[in-house]
Design a protein around this ligand. Sequence first.
Ligand SMILES: C[S@@+](CC[C@H](N)C(=O)[O-])C[C@H]1O[C@@H](n2cnc3c(N)ncnc32)[C@H](O)[C@@H]1O
Length: 264
Amino acid sequence: MPRVTGTVYLVGAGPGDVDLLTVKAVRLLQQADVVLHDALVSPEILRLIRPDAKVIDVGKRHRHKFLTQAEINSLLEFYAQRKQTIVRLKGGDPLIFGRAGEEIAALTEAGIKFEIVPGVTSALASATAAKVSLTDRRFASSIVFATARRQSGGEAVDWSRLVATKSTLAIYMPGDDYAHLSRELVDGGLMDHVPCTVVSRASLPGQQVLRTTLGALAHTEALPAPALLIVGPCANPAAQFTTANARDPLENEYFRNDPSDRYI
Ligand SMILES: C[S@@+](CC[C@H](N)C(=O)[O-])C[C@H]1O[C@@H](n2cnc3c(N)ncnc32)[C@H](O)[C@@H]1O
């Protein structure tokens, strides 16, 4: 087996706008011998890759099936044994819902040198698009990055545990069934009138921002993917900018003390 000489860079591509890439990401794309990228990476960013580099879309179907994580890990190992600079390009930030943990474990086990280059995660790009201050001190002092997707073991998200933190929720992969998600959040302890904002294609052409409430979200058609849902008092900038609306966070009326009080 060839000796491992290459370095793998797990690079964040940000939410899509090429101007949001880090300088380091651009430099690595121009240097890389091989780039393995996710499906969500925009064409403008892919155009920065050195023209003679090998480019593999690992988010695409290959011979009628998607590559498994184990197959991607094997590709990283294969190229690290043959090339100098390998970029594993991931949407947003590699460490947020990007399966970087599995790749880090595989690279470590194989004795391959690697570095991580952060990117703008889509929760922050979405907050920017919606002009939402995620930690407006009148309303929230923490943020939870969550996903509406079930975990790999099939375990459902425990919304009541997350809601109980009174954090602003940034929900990745909200799916198409807003009625179901809205119901789960209300069952988890939020009130129907809690503001929420859906941001579709943040920073990309066709970006859309929909401001609503949890109750109304249930009757809303899903926005085009990729989309992210921000939930909590901070999600309504109108409320933030009116000092008369400022609330004492301790008397916040957006959260029910007992989730079973849903209809009170
Ligand atoms: C597998 S996760 C990857 C997250 C990524 N690592 C990050 O840090 O943003 C994919 C989800 O990120 C969100 N997402 C990615 N790009 C987005 C964008 N431009 N606008 C809104 N949401 C986006 C969507 O919720 C999408 O379903």
